[in-house]
Ligand binder design. Structure first.
Ligand code: SAH
Ligand code: SF4
Length: 416
């Protein structure tokens, strides 16, 4: 979006009061995220009093799902653009600047990635994201993604490789391959469709690209070749985000997850056999319609058995248009109580995984200055944030650090 606007003459600013255009990028995955958009818009519209030329836009999945409602509820909004129409932003911005209210939430036939302006060859931060696929065909009963982002589409491998080389030329050393269902990737290659594993193997040959990650995966798409790549590809980092959502087979079936607790546990065993030092991360939903205390106990048991180094957990949030939305809700007090218990358990595991790093030497990609004088912050191969005293010239380099301290959300250490 920044590149698209940059190509039509806009410069970036950190100060909202200076802006001619403010675009909110939004998330529709839970109600809380969507509601924040309206309160933020309420705040931003005051800026129009001082700057009548200011244009306010909403992008992302809330724009996609509620575009007309946004226009109705907040007259200060000039522009609404869904995720598949970002390449049309220059034209939309021009019309908005001329005084029109514009909305585009189409799923156009052309691929936005082919039409997005590239922007000038700017230096980039050492770690970057690269979208390889979008959309999802899984239709988990709680999830809006298949509706807001549409059917699963994989980008051609050649384009991803070209973009990766371009990022490396701009100073990027670590790329996280992104997709709503990234391990379902099956993009066209020169010799037929490539799997995610094949794509990773080719990316690992790009000179200067030291680290590769990918997110988010579905357990059902964890193919053998991908597990093999996790075990053998040195540039693929030993960190895997593999959401399970629940430990109850009854709830997993109601969620339409297409896996059981047992099949997930066996899968994790296979992945860990391939890569014993793997740091595992997951997502959990508590209070899905129909979830009983016994179902929740199954989730706690699964967490106990699997052991996570990192995790995200949420209260179930009914999303408009999804199959589970009309079902018998779990009372909010129960949801809150279960979430607190689950987060306590996950917190203990996360802390233990972090504390276990103390005394070890990890490889840190330094990304930026830390809060303290002379300190840099970077990421270990296990995605822990690591602080160390280090010269700024080391930003963008991967250096060995001996961990000396484990704080609540980060590690500290000394260069070896
Ligand atoms: N494609 C990924 C992630 C999708 S969204 C996957 O299949 O796991 C990220 C996370 O948000 C999900 O894993 C889920 O835990 C959570 N989430 C999605 N919809 C939700 C809802 N309606 N209520 C609460 N949490 C939700
Ligand atoms: Fe949503 Fe992920 Fe399920 Fe797709 S696989 S419907 S993105 S939770």
């Amino acid at each position: 979006m920044a590149a698209a606007l940059g190509a039509s003459g806009y410069d970036a600013t950190d100060r909202a009061e200076e802006a001619d255009m403010i675009l909110l990028n939004t998330c529709h995955i839970r109600e809380k995220a969507a509601e924040k958009v309206y309160s933020e818009l309420g705040r931003l519209k005051a800026l129009k009093l001082d700057n009548p030329d200011l244009r306010i836009g909403v992008a992302g999945c809330v724009a996609q799902a509620e575009g007309n409602e946004i226009m109705r509820r907040q007259p200060a909004v000039d522009l609404v653009v869904g995720p598949q129409a970002y390449h049309r932003l220059p034209e939309m911005a021009r019309r908005a600047a001329a005084g029109d209210r514009v909305i585009d939430t189409e799923f156009p036939a052309e691929d936005k990635f082919d039409h997005l302006p590239r922007g000038p060859k700017m230096r980039r931060a050492p770690a970057a994201f690269l979208t390889v696929q979008e959309g999802c065909d899984k239709f988990c009963a709680f999830c809006v993604v298949p509706y807001t982002r549409g059917a699963e589409v994989s980008r051609p491998a050649s384009r991803i490789l070209a973009e990766a080389r371009d990022l490396v030329e701009r100073g990027v050393v670590e790329i996280t391959l992104l997709g709503q269902n990234v391990n379902a990737y099956h993009g066209a290659g020169p010799d037929g469709d490539w799997s995610l594993a094949r794509l990773i193997r080719e990316l690992a040959r790009v000179d200067g690209l030291e680290r590769i990650r990918f997110t988010t995966s579905h357990p059902g798409d964890m193919a053998d070749d991908l597990i093999e790549a996790i075990g053998s590809e040195a540039r693929l980092m030993p960190y895997l985000h593999l959401p399970v959502q629940s430990g109850s087979d009854r709830i997993l079936a109601a969620m339409n997850r297409k896996h059981t607790a047992e099949s997930y546990i066996r899968l994790i065993e296979r992945i860990r056999a391939a890569r014993p030092d793997l740091m595992l991360s997951g997502d959990f939903i508590v209070g899905f319609p129909g979830e009983t205390e016994a179902d929740f106990a199954d989730t706690m048991a699964l967490v106990d058995e699997v052991v996570y180094g990192q995790a995200y957990s949420f209260k179930y949030s009914p999303r408009p248009g999804t199959p589970a939305a009309g079902k018998d809700p779990v009372p909010d007090v129960d949801k809150s109580d279960r979430l607190a218990r689950l987060q306590a358990l996950l917190g203990v595991q996360q802390r233990a995984a972090q504390d276990a790093m103390v005394g070890r030497v990890v490889q840190v990609l330094f990304e930026r200055a830390g809060r303290r004088e002379g300190q840099l912050v970077g990421k270990s191969e296990y995605l822990h944030a690591v602080h160390a005293i280090c010269d700024v010239s080391s930003i963008g380099r991967i250096l060995p650090v001996r961990i000396t301290e484990s704080a609540p959300n980060s590690l500290a250490g000394v260069l070896v």
